[in-house]
Design a protein around this ligand. Structure first.
Ligand SMILES: [Zn+2]
Length: 101
């Protein structure tokens, strides 16, 4: 059984290409106007292909604003909570991800 993770998704050649195209069209950070180097999913994608590739949720951000967003908003992709809740979320998402990509 193969469980595809967020790391697999971001490592895809298609994502790397789409990301560069997005940055070329929208080269400035949405938050501070500095040169953008990263594409942020806002709101965060839920691990499915459909939300990951929904370009309406893509925003160009500089590294600083992106990590600020990720830390305060996502907590590494999951809402911050206690460890038990996080573990349940990981198991739930992992099982829905099988075959989703
Ligand atoms: Zn910025």
């Amino acid at each position: 059984m193969t469980i595809l993770t967020r790391t697999n998704a971001y490592g895809q050649r298609a994502w790397r290409k789409a990301r560069l195209t997005h940055l070329a069209h929208s080269p400035q950070c949405t938050d501070c106007g500095a040169p953008a180097t990263e594409v942020d999913h806002d709101p965060p994608h839920d691990g499915t292909r459909a939300t990951f590739w929904n370009t309406d949720t893509w925003f160009s951000r500089c590294k600083s604003c992106h990590s600020k967003q990720t830390t305060t908003r996502d907590g590494f992709g999951f809402r911050r909570g206690n460890k038990a809740q996080t573990r349940v979320a990981v198991v739930r998402v992992a099982s829905t991800r099988v075959g989703a990509w």
